[in-house]
Design a protein around this ligand. Sequence first.
Ligand code: FPP
Length: 261
Amino acid sequence: MHRDDALLRAFYSDPPADISLDDIDLSRIPSHVSIIMDGNGRWAQARGLDRSQGHVAGVDSLRETVTTSVRLGLDVLSVYAFSTENWRRPKREVDLLMHLFATTLLKELPLFHQENVRLRFFGDLSALPEKTFKVFQQGLDETAHHTGMTFALAVNYGSRAEITRACAELAREVAQGRLTADAITDELVAEHLYTNGLPDPELLIRTSGELRLSNYLLWQLAYTEFYVTDTLWPDFDRWEMLRAMRAFQRRNRRFGGVVSA
Ligand code: FPP
């Protein structure tokens, strides 16, 4: 947890009527928040714009959310940027998204340096266009030494594929005699997931009101609190994040037991 309280207070000055930083217990900020960023298309259509304009606007929300997360002192912010199912979208939209991922990441590298943010990706990156893949690799290399928040992007990610891949790897190790079936534990399975080394999210936020997981982090979300807001992703801002924190802090997390965690 890295937090500068003076910077945080300045960032959260001028609050709207319904929420302020005083509503939040800063000693109980979740360490990992994950976000399903949804509603870019509807945001654009409601304004008579092309869907792609919604994605472009979504980049601004993402930038603000990265800064917000650093200010709040999160250890990990993860976002669902592109699912294995998203390839089914029109080619034009897929191309735009791949282009946007690459250009945005390059453009935001100074922000990641300034805020000491370390990049991470999870998903099957081998299927990405070469340019996008190269920029991701550059982002990883240039931020590897950063010690602040981890910003993890799920790209070409699907949870079932991830779990299936882990099963296949473990089966291979058993077949090769390097592992016995009885030695397979929860922890070992987790080590074979793309998210190996990341803590499980404590809070999952989904924008645009949809009540589904969309093949996202099915294993990792076992005990995660969910927060769904009707706000469309391009309208998600620092105050929305604070509302999510307030909802999280009102929950009574029991992890299957009876005492409050
Ligand atoms: C969901 O909205 C959003 C996406 C599939 C892409 C997320 C991408 C961004 C926020 C842009 C930038 C991201 C990075 C990592 C630079 P939707 O298109 O499903 O919206 P709809 O449900 O209204 O159609």
